[in-house]
Write a protein that binds this ligand. Sequence first.
Ligand code: SF4
Ligand code: SF4
Length: 171
Amino acid sequence: MSNSQLFVRDVSRHVCTDDYWVNSSFVILEKMSQFWKKGLQFTCQQCGRCCCGEPGIVYFSPREFDALVEHLNHTRGLTREVIVRDYMRPHRDSYTARDDFPDGHCIFFDKEKGCSVYEVRPSQCRDFPFWRCNLASKSDWDETAQMCPGMNHGRHWTAEEIYDIASKARL
Ligand code: SF4
Ligand code: SF4
């Protein structure tokens, strides 16, 4: 497992690096679908492992960041300036959530409640674990499943549902 966000895969966080996504065309996605053509099982167990651990990139697109600001302003009275200063790090055209803590947790992770911004969590968190890097092969899926207890359990997702999520992924 990588210990750097520069690597292709980081299963400890809702992260696939930009390079991976850039190289993941729809043609590749079609090939990937072989091992999940009968669907996959996943139900989140709310364990929070994917929000902690090794540093990663939890990217909020400009639109997602606007929604985050609106949410935090409404629920905590935080201004955009305070959110940018205290909760975020600049990344390309927008921001990533801070995770510069000794245990590498996302700043929005609450040990008691889980994701504290669940309603406005970014798409990469919503789409997990149906990322193309996890869907590339059964071994990739199973490797991530070692970290995520929700994978291979619970709800059955059809190949069509999985394809729909993976193909609309932001990056
Ligand atoms: S079950 Fe998986 S997706 Fe849900 S919080 Fe745990 S690691 Fe994350
Ligand atoms: S935004 Fe929420 S779901 Fe996403 S990594 Fe942070 S705490 Fe986890």
